[in-house]
Each structure stands twice: as C-alpha cells, then as structure tokens.
Design a protein around this ligand. Structure first.
Ligand code: AP5
Length: 215
C-alpha cells in the first residue's frame, strides 16, 4: 500500500502515519523528520535547511527533491510507504511522479486531512516529541503518563523550534498558498480522498483504515 498524507501543519499526518505504518507494516517517510535529523547532525543539507525551517518557510525544492529521490531508491519502499510532508507544491508533485516512473512505483491513495486553523494552533502549541524514538504527544490531547517522558522508550520530550505561535502562523500561510493546486492535481488523477482532521485521532485512524480496506 502506497499512501500520501496531505494536510496543514498539525493536521495529524505524523500521528496517523506512525499508527498506520505499525498497523500495515509500511515505511513512514517524513520529509520534516529527515530534515530535522540533518539539522541535528549538522550535515550540509541540515545547514542549508535550518534557517528556512526556523522561519516556517519551505526548504527549496531542489534540496528536498534530491533528498526524496535518494529515499525512494532504498529497497524498503517496495513493501509500501506512507509519505508525510511531501509533496507541498505542484513542482514537488511533478518531481515525485518522475521518481515513481524511474523506480516503477505508483500511488494508491492521497488522503487529505482537512483541519481547521483553530485546531491546528491548539495542537501545535501543545505538541511534544520524543527526542529518542520520535513518538508524538500533546500536553492535553495525548499527554504522556509522566510529564516530559516518553511512554514508549523513556526518552526526554521536547518542543519543536517551529511550534511557537508566530512560526506556526507563517507555516499556515505558506501552506494555504500551495494547497489548492496540489489538491486539484490529485483530484483530476482520481487519487484524492478528503477526511476531517479535526476529529479524535482514533476516529481519524479508523476512517483511514476503512477507506484503504474498502478500495
Ligand atoms: P513537517 O515536519 O512536515 O511539519 P508540518 O507539515 O508543518 O506538519 P507537522 O509535523 O507540524 O504536523 P502533523 O500534521 O504531522 O501533526 P502531528 O501528527 O505531529 O515540516 C517542518 C518543516 O520542514 C517545514 O515547515 C519546512 O520548513 C520543512 N519541510 C518539510 N517538508 C518539506 C517539503 N516537502 N518541502 C519543503 N520544506 C519542507 O500532530 C500535531 C499535534 O496534534 C501533536 O501534539 C499530536 O499529539 C496532536 N494530534 C494529532 N492528531 C490529533 C487528533 N486527531 N486529535 C487531537 N490531537 C491530535
């Protein structure tokens, strides 16, 4: 199964991707996670990407496209994947189509988690992420059993640099500018499925499972 998850920052793409990858044994490919790892490891890509990420802007397409081309040349993607955070614009969607052509892959579902701005702001300002395993929490919606500690691996939880109100607003602005053409791109290809991202995480998960199981 090959799925693209679309939606605004905080729609729950990462949360759902982690659960679905476990449920179906798929690789979770998150461009945000790959970029953050590069920033942390101070690689050449990380150094180039850091400033854009901190300002809530998109990292230039050529950098991200190189990264995605490399990721899709790895063998695990053949067993299915969840793509989270890519593509973000038409240029990236076209690059992805070229990569798929080269690797003889195709997409089964593009799932758009349609989520209100109010929800997004509440979710992102309360998000905490495990610095060790990447599990995602929320101080109110999905609190860890022990404050600041990951339930799964006891790693320390941290707040992302770009999860402050000012940067979140910029990320939403960038997202709004690009999303309509992207949705249309997949709509005309009969791949797009729209679900509400405002609902409880379990409800969203079950709706995605029903959707992919019925098709
Ligand atoms: P990226 O990491 O991809 O961030 P994003 O797209 O802004 O999305 P988020 O990770 O913020 O949100 P999410 O939808 O995954 O929500 P989550 O599940 O965590 O990108 C970061 C930056 O990297 C970009 O700004 C850009 O600079 C760069 N970048 C990445 N990809 C790029 C690309 N392709 N091109 C160029 N630049 C790129 O959930 C959020 C919170 O809500 C959590 O606390 C969670 O516990 C909670 N929650 C989730 N679902 C629910 C629910 N249903 N009910 C209640 N709470 C919920």
């Amino acid at each position: 199964m090959r799925i693209i998850l679309l939606g605004p920052p905080g729609a729950g793409k990462g949360t759902q991707a982690k659960r679905l990858s476990k449920e179906f044994g798929l690789s979770h490919i998150s461009t945000g996670d790959i970029l953050r790892k590069n920033v942390l490891e101070v690689t050449q890509l990380g150094v180039q990407a850091k400033d854009y990420m901190e300002r809530g802007l998109l990292v230039p397409d050529d950098l991200v496209s190189q990264m995605i081309t490399q990721r899709f040349s790895q063998p695990d993607v053949r067993n299915g994947f969840l793509l989270d955070g890519y593509p973000r614009n038409i240029n990236q969607a076209e690059t992805l189509e070229q990569v798929f052509l080269k690797e003889n892959l195709s997409i089964d579902f593009v799932i758009y988690l349609d989520t209100s701005e109010k929800t997004v702001l509440q979710r992102l300002t309360g998000r905490r992420v495990c610095s060790n395993c990447g599990l995602i929490f929320h101080i109110k919606n999905m609190p860890p059993k022990k404050a600041g500690i990951c339930d799964a691996c006891l790693g320390a939880l941290y707040q992302r640099n770009d999860d402050n109100e000012e940067t979140v607003k910029k990320r939403l602005e960038v997202y709004e500018k690009e999303v309509s053409p992207l949705l249309e791109y997949y709509e005309v290809r009969h791949k797009l499925h729209r679900l509400s991202g405002d609902e409880d995480a379990e409800i969203v998960l079950n709706k995605i499972i029903s959707l992919v199981s019925a098709n």
